[in-house]
Design a protein around this ligand. Structure first.
Ligand SMILES: Cc1cc2nc3c(=O)[nH]c(=O)nc-3n(C[C@H](O)[C@H](O)[C@H](O)COP(=O)(O)OP(=O)(O)OC[C@H]3O[C@@H](n4cnc5c(N)ncnc54)[C@H](O)[C@@H]3O)c2cc1C
Ligand code: FES
Length: 258
């Protein structure tokens, strides 16, 4: 496998199955022949899409190997509904690997904070050789069996909290705050999940002075810096394309609003 960037190729669907809940789908495509870093993403556009769906859709690489390119996605709208209907043998145009990745600090603890389908990029991260400096806190809505949690927990120290009510969400936030505070000056957090969770992570990282990286999921059209559809605001007030300057950013570099 090589590390070629930004290649576009047609890959074949090997499988496309709900994880058990119809809103969460595991898609496996034929091997792209490249490797990538955890946090990088691909743009997918099935060849069966017509002019009604012009733009490809961005997804984190869940894992990639000689066995294939694995994506975990949530069905939220038109594009993901059509992706969920893919069948073995269909072809998908794939651009990637794209963007910046999570950078591990080898000398200090790295705590993964994953929310829901935001667990996807950490499957590959947990497969790295050295895992003694990695742990994970996972917040989830569906049953744990729908996520690749077990796969990650088999390799690194992991803990999960399910959120079914607003009180559960408040409890999760308290635990997040405690973990982020405990790492101040000692380690870093790596976060991927829904935007409200990322705002909470950023807030506590800044409050306690804890190092952190967060992966933004701004809407994207081109994925390569050309359309300016995905801009994020930096703390200096500039706007940068999150597809090329991110999607993984240092918490101190970007604004996320209240
Ligand atoms: C770098 C990156 C990595 C991503 N990785 C994953 C992943 O691994 N798994 C996964 O399930 N999703 C991931 N996403 C989000 C995914 O790209 C969107 O959910 C998808 O493009 C929605 O397409 P759609 O046509 O189904 O939705 P649309 O019909 O376009 O929109 C349906 C609804 O979803 C909302 N929506 C659309 N795009 C986003 C978005 N990017 N973030 C939040 N809400 C959105 C819309 O506001 C609308 O309410 C990622 C996004 C980015 C930018
Ligand atoms: S998606 Fe086009 S510039 Fe980022």
């Amino acid at each position: 496998m090589n590390m070629n960037n930004n290649v576009c190729q047609d890959l074949t669907v090997l499988s496309c199955r709900p994880t058990g809940d119809p809103s969460l789908v595991n898609l496996v495509l034929s091997s792209p022949g490249w490797t990538c870093r955890p946090g990088q993403f691909v743009m997918l556009r099935p060849s069966g899409w017509g002019p009604e769906l012009i733009w490809p859709r961005p997804f984190s690489v869940c894992d990639v190997s000689e066995d294939g390119l694995r994506i975990l996605f949530q069905v939220v709208g038109r594009g993901t509904r059509r992706l969920a209907a893919l069948a073995p043998g269909d072809t998908v145009a794939v651009w990637g690997p794209l963007g910046r990745w999570f950078r591990i600090d080898e000398d200090r603890p790295n705590l993964i904070l994953a929310g829901g389908v935001g667990i996807a990029p950490f499957v590959m991260l947990a497969r790295r050789d050295r895992t003694d400096n990695l742990s994970m806190l996972f917040g989830h809505r569906l049953g744990l069996e729908h996520y690749p949690y077990g796969e990650i927990a088999a390799r690194i120290e992991s803990e999960a909290m399910q959120q079914k009510t607003p009180a559960d969400i408040a409890d999760f936030e308290k635990v997040l705050a405690g973990r982020i505070e405990a790492l101040a000056g000692k380690g870093q957090v790596l976060a991927c999940g829904p935007e409200p969770m990322l705002k909470v992570v950023r807030k506590y990282c800044l409050q306690f002075g804890t190092d952190g990286q967060i992966s933004l999921e701004n809407r994207m059209s081109c994925g390569v810096g050309a359309c300016l559809g995905c801009v994020a605001k930096t703390i200096s007030g500039d706007f940068v394309q999150s597809c090329v300057h991110g999607p993984v950013f240092d918490v101190r570099d970007i604004e996320l609003g209240a």
